[in-house]
Design a protein around this ligand. Sequence first.
Ligand code: DON
Length: 588
Amino acid sequence: MPKKDRGSAVRLSRLFASALLAGVGLALSYAALPASVQHPVALATPAAGAPTGIIAHPAAIASGHPLATRAGQEILAAGGNAFDAAVAVSAALAVVEPCCSGLSGGGFYLLHRDADHLDTVIDAREKAPGGATRDMYLDSAGKPIPHASTGGPLAAGIPGEPAAFEYLARKFGKLSLKQSLQPAIRLARDGFPLDERIHGVIGFKRDVLLRSPDAAHVWLTPSGAVPDAGTIIKQQQLAATLEALANDGARGFYTGHVAQDLVAGVRAGGGIWTLADLAAYKVVERKPIIGSYRGARIVSASPPASGGVVLMDELNILSGFDLQKANPALRKHLVIEAMRRAYRDRAIYLGDPDFVQIPVAMLTSADYAAGQRGSIRPDKAMPSEMLPGVEEPSSGPHTTHFSILDAAGNRVAATISLNLYLGSGFMVPKTGVMLNNTMDDFSIKQATQNAFGLVGGTANAIAPNKRSLSSMTPTFVETPHGVMIVGTPGGSYIINMVLLGTLNYLDGMSAADIVRYPRYHHQYLPDEVDYEKGALSADEIRTLEGEGHQLRESSRQWGNMQVITWDFASGRVEAASDPRGAGEGLVY
Ligand code: DON
């Protein structure tokens, strides 16, 4: 072996020896672990939240649209806290960013309340209607009906966002729901200028919008053309629906005349919602997934969001490697192999915890990760089909994320969605509400990929009133020195984008660099590494291909990451919005 190569082989074997020796260390709850099984890297149990006696810091918001960031700022300035601002930002996004979330949508709000160090998840995921059946998107021969789970009212789950607004305001906020909804109501009633990004989305989905007269009325010109960027878009019906919510709380949306209009419109369009489905919708407060990696405390969303479990699974696998000492190609190889294994677990085990037993403790345990790590070779990709337990494919593409930090240290990381761009593209008459198509995030049939090409198992099959599995990963990364609040849209790519963001934050990268970082991704099946232009150097491409990885340069960019970082010692706060989107991060 030439001298040069021997050196790298020694480095490799050290890296792998440390992987094998380090088999244990990370678990569901770091604090609950006996010291004897803690990984040597995780020297101290990181404190929840900031240490006491820290210097004052500003508030910050990063969201996918400048007008939504401003709506949140207005509510903070009026005396609201991060949770009131979360209501204002979400509601404003429903008005100005129709591609990506809305009143009919849902998502996950990860909260940190600083006064008592509470970390909690508000699960506002859409639910399958009561009349949903496992095979509802298959024809009589058992074949998936094209577009049935993505287009039109049959593709829509029962909305979660309005219930989350009331819950956030009532349980966590300082202001009334009515006050926090005012910026959104104004934007809907008085209008806002159409920006280039949404202009592009409308053009892309014009044909779908033309099939829904109410959607076409708002988003297209009378002749059916896409309005010019800068055109003022007013949404009077949506303003009225928001007013009903502001005046009567969740009841104003889930019961009464809004509910009646929603059900009538959905059913007339071929959907199966009932008044009882709407009246029964409740958000669920769930314990977050908590683990640790390289001394940082990781707090993320729990099932039916798959993000937290898969992220911890990936980090636990990686915890046995010293990634900082690995050369760039090896580092990427190891990260890809961790992605492959954790996404396999997603496909097999994860679904709605109210319906299926999920072995969360196992999937996030250090021992389990050690087993996964043991099958990684440093010099060779492992074909996904060689990993046992391939069962079936699952879930599916646009969404939005925002991050908030207030001056009291309260935090929100929220990822909310209608699923694909403009959801199902159907606006329910009289309500201004654009329907989600989140039913496509279920496994509609074994071995059938959803819009994101994800594979899933029986755990994520359709059942009445069940929540579909999500890739959303709103996350806090806490170190003894600071905190990162992070999340992004991007369908199946979400979890891996948050993984790369976490690794980069722990390597000292700034918020601006974290959101701009070029991304790569492996999701178990299809067995290939997708990467953005610039994510892999020519050398890395050569090495990874030599190891057997199938590489595919993506023709598009992914994600719209919103990051806030806060350094405890200096009080410095950074807010950065992904340059791939058109959002804004502001520090006040
Ligand atoms: O919950 C999920 O996993 C998907 N509905 C998210 C969709 C999404 O991020 C689309 N963005 N590009």
